[in-house]
Design a protein around this ligand. Sequence first.
Ligand SMILES: CC(C)(COP(=O)(O)OP(=O)(O)OC[C@H]1O[C@@H](n2cnc3c(N)ncnc32)[C@H](O)[C@@H]1OP(=O)(O)O)[C@@H](O)C(=O)NCCC(=O)NCCS
Length: 177
Amino acid sequence: MTARSIPRSHIRTARLNLRPTSSSDAQRALEIQSDWDVARMLANATYPADRKDMENWFASHEQEWAEGTAYRFAIEREGRVIGIVDVDGIAADEGSLGYWLERAAWGQGYAFEAAQALVGFAFSEVGLSSLVSGRAADNPASGHVLTKLGFTQIDSRELFSRSRGETILQCRYMLAR
Ligand SMILES: CC(C)(COP(=O)(O)OP(=O)(O)OC[C@H]1O[C@@H](n2cnc3c(N)ncnc32)[C@H](O)[C@@H]1OP(=O)(O)O)[C@@H](O)C(=O)NCCC(=O)NCCS
């Protein structure tokens, strides 16, 4: 699939504004991932969260967007960034859905609302045919979000979690357009 030129537009949902990320989001992301309960569910996160890593990662987002390999959005609720939702690892016509929210925003349906909008974006704007996602076996809330979005669990595998410093069991999911 050839990368399409997708405008860096906001996506608005009933309660949220999804805004393409930029370097200036690194500080807020650092705060959110400094919570162990968030970081331990993210296999690629470092714990404690590392400022330089975070700045470098956010600095690469505009380039990823231009290349069509990842589309990442800050989730804003009443002007405050409460988390990140993204589709990354885009190759051929498949990508991987991810999301993480600050603890204070959990349990209010925001992950589902933001992820549902991203699924629509991935299929309609990016033109993907399928999405994959994965969650730690001990993260049932994320499994619930994925199931509500229509994802089906395909398998589970052992995966090294950078944040936990150990191998965990990851449940993998798929959703076709
Ligand atoms: C996972 C996470 C994104 C969920 O965010 P959220 O905004 O609370 O999710 P939602 O409110 O949209 O939905 C959560 C659903 O899981 C359910 N849930 C919560 N805890 C649960 C549990 N222990 N077992 C089963 N279901 C659970 C909720 O009831 C809700 O379902 P409902 O809408 O039918 O009531 C959030 O907890 C988070 O950011 N965690 C840390 C990072 C992370 O885990 N990211 C995902 C990595 S795979």
